[in-house]
Design a binder for this molecule. Structure first.
Ligand code: URA
Ligand code: SF4
Length: 210
């Protein structure tokens, strides 16, 4: 089976993890992407957020959530009373998965990772959770939810409630919500309501910090 496990160092902090992840060959996704996009942020953060995978901008810049979805996320965090600068942000899968748009050879279209790719990349997420030991984990969208909680996870059913679950051998407190890119994809008439839902769920996470 695909797995990142042999690439994960047994010791060292974030810098050691990041360096090792740059050379990960645990699944085929490293072949076409530009680089590994590892998590970023405050390793003593109380809130750790998990997205799906890097997008086009993240693949170019090497940092998570630096594109349009990241701007939506930062605004919602700030409005929910969570300082984006005091979080740790990462993705369920660390390489960008895409296909080429046949009509525009250069455009790269995001493709969702498979369960096999998510579980291959899981050891990196486990290492990040063990390092940061967050008080609350925010699960951004269906992919992150399935990666952490299994394939039966449903955003619609599980969003906006504080959950306590075993994740990679640790008991974590989690709050799930939609992926911030759902706000960008929503019809103009729905956008405010979709954003309001994201904000309400993040407020649940903020309250869970006490
Ligand atoms: N979407 C994600 O899930 N993660 C990113 O880092 C950027 C966009
Ligand atoms: Fe390794 Fe994850 Fe990249 Fe696959 S997606 S090569 S497991 S870092």
């Amino acid at each position: 089976a695909y797995t990142a496990e042999p690439f994960v160092p047994r010791r060292g902090g974030l810098a050691a993890l990041r360096r090792a992840a740059a050379g990960c060959r645990g699944c085929p996704l490293h072949r076409d992407a530009t680089r590994t996009v590892f998590g970023e942020g405050d390793t003593s953060a109380r809130v750790l957020l998990i997205g799906e995978q890097p997008g086009d901008q993240e693949d170019r810049q090497g940092k998570p959530f630096v594109g349009p979805a990241g701007r939506v996320l930062d605004r919602a965090l700030d409005e929910a009373g969570i300082d984006p600068g005091q979080t740790y942000v990462t993705n369920a899968v660390k390489h960008f998965k895409f296909s080429r748009d046949p009509a525009h050879g250069k455009r790269r279209i995001h493709k969702p990772p498979t369960l096999r790719e998510m579980s291959a990349c899981g050891p990196w997420l486990a290492a990040e959770l063990a390092l940061v030991e967050p008080e609350v984990v925010v699960v951004l969208g269906a992919t992150a939810g399935k990666a952490l909680l299994g394939s039966s996870f449903r955003v619609t059913r599980q969003r906006g409630a504080l959950m306590e679950e075993d994740v990679h051998g640790r008991t974590e407190r989690l709050v799930a919500t939609i992926h911030p890119s759902a706000v960008l994809r929503a019809d103009k008439d729905d956008r405010d309501a979709v954003y309001g839902g994201l904000l309400a769920d993040l407020e649940v996470a903020a309250r869970a910090l006490g």
